[in-house]
Design a binder for this molecule. Structure first.
Ligand SMILES: Cc1ncc(COP(=O)(O)O)c(C=O)c1O
Length: 497
């Protein structure tokens, strides 16, 4: 039944109410809000909803029936007959896209007057090595290869870059002889292709995801229709006991794990847990997807082996990307996995977008081979450590008592839990008024969870901005809890180490 209760009237316009009502209904039909065959409310009911006389509604319906827009059936009511008859004389009417399309899955946050954006996990554009990028891009464009690069290519990606990456992964002990590599438009597309491949026709077996988990990953699997089992992440990454229980209970098809500097927690899976997770997956026949997008951004401590290296079967699927280590705007990522799997993924990619932009891939190959990537990465690690240290000291200094926060050794984000009963969504509104934004914890789960939590992304700002941003978040939290006046008495927060 159509909902017409929102219709409003202009009593000063001099246009009779029955005409105003008929015009509104006509517009609803022209824009697609009311569809052919849809029944309108009974005259008595609509008159009550709109506070009109029943005769006014009857007059509007009669007028629309006479012009062929509605059709009346005795005893059954009035129905939408014909959209064409409802269109204005020009035959054109703006579609009501909101009623035609499925609802928005997420609302974009307000960005007005945000001076310190601690919400997005992206590198600092101010640190992009632009001179090297311009020089290398020109070299690629001026080279004889340009003709080939500008032609339609293989769904697997630009061959010279693929070869470079697979050789590098083989040298690192990550890729096996039985593996192949597919270039993608970033890790995001790799996740999307994987979700489509596994869940488009059969979503009987669920997928295990970390909780909290990167919201972009959560959306991919939500849309695929897969049922999702959340497994908690703590200071040592995904909890293997909870994973074991989830496997026993749910018999999952896949588990997606971000072992290093997990988004949003920033924490890293310990070696012991890595081994256990690989073993659990192997014994249960669960496909392990290793999202390795952040591991190169280690600012302190010793690097750990990837799950793929630890897996004697070679079944682990590894995702990597140039987004966090260089330029996210170029959209270049890749997947390494057993050849039959990569062949199916490449087929799926071809259906979706034929192949990925080869110019970006050719430029990034030069960037890597020339040594500029290594130089940039080295620089990013130095500045990354400064940003991280600024963020953690600011948390110690400013967060209200009862807060806790993770202490990553790299990556771009970490997690704060505000003291109960604070709600990070409510605090965000106050923080935004002060010019700082972050992502509230509720975004990182598809269940009501992590209400006190928030993700701080520190990759794109200077240490001074980060310090100020966290101070302002702390002030917003204290204002929210009515503790502002007692701020000088607050003790440093406990860290989750
Ligand atoms: C865990 C994780 N996976 C995937 C992505 C998407 O990365 P890309 O830019 O390579 O598509 C992000 C980006 O923030 C991320 O944090």
């Amino acid at each position: 039944m159509a909902d017409l209760s929102q219709i409003t009237f202009d009593t000063d316009s001099g246009v009779p109410l029955y005409r105003q009502l008929a015009d509104s209904i006509r517009t609803f039909i022209a824009r697609g809000t009311l569809q052919s065959g849809q029944r309108l409310p009974a005259t008595r009911e609509l008159a009550m909803q709109l506070g009109l006389n029943r005769a006014t509604v009857s007059a509007a319906y009669n007028m629309l029936e006479e012009s062929g827009v509605l059709q009346g059936h005795v005893g059954r009511g009035s129905f939408v007959a014909n959209r064409a008859a409802a269109l204005p004389e020009t035959g054109a009417a703006a579609m009501d896209w909101d009623s035609i399309l499925p609802p928005l899955e997420f609302a974009s946050g307000s960005s007005a007057n945000i001076e310190m954006n601690l919400a997005s996990s992206r590198p600092a554009a101010a640190n992009f090595p632009l001179a090297a990028f311009r020089r290398l891009t020109k070299e690629v464009i001026d080279s004889p290869e340009a003709e080939h690069i500008l032609q339609l290519g293989s769904p697997h990606g630009y061959t010279p870059l693929r070869r470079y990456l697979i050789d590098q992964a083989a040298t690192e002990g990550i890729a096996r002889p039985a593996d192949d590599l597919l270039m993608t438009n970033g890790c995001q597309q790799a996740l999307d292709l994987i979700a489509r491949l596994f869940f488009s026709s059969d979503s009987a077996r669920p997928v295990v995801l970390e909780s909290p988990v990167y919201h972009g990953l959560l959306r991919v699997f939500s849309r695929s229709g897969a049922s999702m089992i959340p497994v908690p992440v703590d200071q040592d990454g995904m909890d293997p006991d909870a994973l074991e229980a989830a496997i026993a209970r749910g018999n999952p098809r896949l588990a997606v794990v971000t072992p290093s500097f997990q988004n949003p927690m920033g924490t890293t899976l310990s070696l012991e847990r890595r081994k256990r997770i690989v073993d659990l997956a192997q014994r249960s026949g669960t496909v392990l997807i290793e999202n390795d997008i952040y591991s190169e951004l280690r600012y302190r401590g010793k690097a750990l082996p990837t799950l793929k290296e630890l897996d004697p079967t070679g079944n682990v699927i590894l995702l990597r990307s140039y987004s966090k280590v260089s330029f996210p705007g170029l959209r270049v990522g890749w997947v390494i996995g057993p050849r039959p799997f990569i062949a199916r993924l490449a087929e799926s990619k071809q259906i979706s977008d034929l192949h990925s932009d080869q110019l970006s891939q050719a430029v990034l190959l030069r960037f890597a081979q020339s040594g500029e990537l290594a130089r940039h990465l080295q620089q990013t690690r130095v500045t990354g450590l400064r940003r991280l240290e600024a963020a953690l000291s600011a948390c110690e200094k400013y967060l209200p008592k009862g807060s806790s926060f993770t202490r990553p050794d790299g990556g771009m984000c970490f997690w704060i839990d505000l003291p109960a009963p604070l709600n990070a969504e409510n605090v965000l509104a106050r923080a935004e008024k002060r010019g700082v934004s972050y992502l509230p914890g509720t975004l990182f789960s598809n269940r009501p969870a992590h209400r006190r939590g928030l993700r701080v992304s520190f990759g794109g700002l200077t240490p001074e901005q980060i310090t100020r941003g966290i101070k302002l978040i702390a002030e917003a939290a204290m204002e929210e809890s009515g503790m502002l006046n007692a701020s000088h008495r607050l003790e440093p927060a406990a860290a989750i180490v």
